[in-house]
Design a protein around this ligand. Structure first.
Ligand code: CTP
Length: 440
């Protein structure tokens, strides 16, 4: 392996115009490709972890450059036992970053800029240790500090011994990372570096990783130029200054959809009821309390290409709101008279002018989930309904998982149980495709 790197470096120095990657994969040399990275191509930060597969990451640099990417590279301390900063730097075309406390790179670029001035972070190989640190939110070296600080998509290519891959700790860490929205490519099955060891744990091949990176970057722009409105969270309907009618919605699904739409390049307005969540990055947040306020904010946020109504809007409010706290009086139980709230989804979906091209509602059901959702789609006049079972046993209300059925005019798709972030990304991908098709 070291010999291989030496040859690449020697050849790169001798023939600066010629592409060293050609010698990694001879077949690639005959393919047409962009030898020089496009000046405004996507920026990728490659973090090389410390595993034997690190040598393949040198090939990965070239595969990504072939696709027009501009690369920066971080080597962990462990990675430097397998590849040198000089080898990686020669391929990247600039010095690589290795040290969180290196004053020169901190003043020059700095770990926060490394984390932000990129469109995608690729971790290859992602060792078991690096996965554990990422899942735990550690930041004790440059690689982990950047991974913690970045708000860009992250793609990991795990590589480790099959037993380490199958270990409960790794499974737990991986579940955490996918729930956090980290994308994973591989590992593949095959022979390990250790003689006689085979199984699942080989790092995905560089062309596979490059293809995964490309698809994430393409997805990143799927909603560029589109305006999306999302409603999220519960509404609170006041009874008096201290009491209100509410529901158990956490806003997690709506906020995840807003974040996924923004990550896909959309201009996103989320109209949120009272939630205990951070604002989704890159999104305009309009905070409201009542259904009436949410209705007015949604109307004011139009026009939009798509509107997604994920809020659990209270159907009723108290007919009158007492200006003073209603006092308890012995023997007298107050009666609450309710009046209906505006139906925001139905009102937007039935608009004859200024209707978004795609109107998506949610159906929170405890019984006959699909049948009720189908009826709701017709009644509310929306294009799609995302139906979910919100019975107490499902754990959906307030939980991180969701199991939904997508009800459209052409049928019902039942998606497997998955994290709310994953549901959000899948829905956004579908919305991007639908908006694209509607344009044609
Ligand atoms: N919705 C809305 N405005 C309301 C009530 C509901 O925009 N006043 C939207 C929700 O955001 C969701 C969809 O309508 O997208 C369905 O909400 P859901 O609570 O399931 O249905 P309801 O219309 O309230 O009917 P029911 O409670 O009888 O099932």
């Amino acid at each position: 392996m070291e010999d291989e790197v030496r040859v690449i470096l020697r050849d790169a120095a001798a023939e600066p115009d010629r592409d060293a990657a050609d010698r990694f994969t001879p077949a690639a040399s005959s393919k047409p490709r962009a030898a020089t990275p496009i000046k405004d191509g996507p920026r990728i930060l490659l973090i090389i972890g410390g595993g034997i597969a690190a040598y393949k990451s040198l090939d990965l640099i070239r595969r990504l450059q072939e696709r027009g990417a501009l690369l920066r590279c971080i080597l962990t301390a462990a990675a430097q036992h397998f590849v040198t900063p000089l080898a990686a730097g020669a391929l990247v075309g600039e010095r690589v970053f290795t040290d969180l406390f290196d004053p020169q790179s901190e003043f020059d670029v700095g770990h926060i800029r490394l984390a932000r001035d990129t469109d995608l972070v690729v971790v290859a190989p992602a060792t078991a240790d690096l996965l554990a640190k990422m899942a735990g939110g550690h930041s004790d070296d440059l690689a982990t500090a950047v991974l913690l600080a970045t708000d860009r998509p992250i793609l990991i290519a795990p590589a480790m011994n099959p037993r380490m891959w199958a270990a409960r700790g790794t499974t737990r860490n991986l579940a955490q990372l996918t729930a956090d929205g980290v994308c994973v490519v591989g590992p593949n099955a095959g022979e390990m570096a250790e003689r006689g060891e085979t199984g699942l744990g080989r790092m995905a091949e560089p062309p596979e990783i490059a293809a995964a990176a490309e698809s994430i970057l393409r997805r990143g722009a799927a909603l560029a130029g589109k305006r999306i409105i999302v409603t999220s969270g519960p509404t609170h309907e006041p009874i008096d200054p201290v009491r209100y009618i509410a529901n158990r919605s956490s806003g997690k699904q709506g906020h995840a959809i807003a974040a996924a739409a923004a990550a896909a390049g959309a201009d996103v307005v989320v109209i949120s009821g009272p939630v205990n969540l951070p604002d989704p990055p890159g999104v305009t947040v309009i905070r409201v309390e009542t259904a009436q306020q949410m209705f007015e904010a949604a109307e004011a946020a139009l026009p939009a290409d798509a509107a997604i109504f994920a809020a659990a809007v209270a159907d009723w409010r108290s007919e009158s709101e007492s200006a003073r706290k209603i006092k308890k009086q012995p023997g007298r139980t107050p009666t609450l008279k309710l009046t209906e709230n505006p139906d925001i989804l139905s009102s937007v979906a039935h608009r004859t002018s200024g209707r978004p091209r795609l109107v998506v509602g949610f159906a929170a059901e405890t019984d006959d989930v699909i049948a009720n959702a189908q009826a709701k789609r017709i009644k509310k006049g929306c294009d799609w309904i995302v139906a979910n079972d919100v019975s107490a046993e499902s754990g959906v209300m307030g939980g991180d998982m969701n199991s939904v059925h997508l009800v459209t005019g052409s049928g019902v798709e039942s998606w497997p149980p998955q994290g709310k972030d994953q549901v959000a990304r899948a829905l956004i991908e579908r919305i991007a495709t639908a908006l694209d098709e509607a344009k044609r």
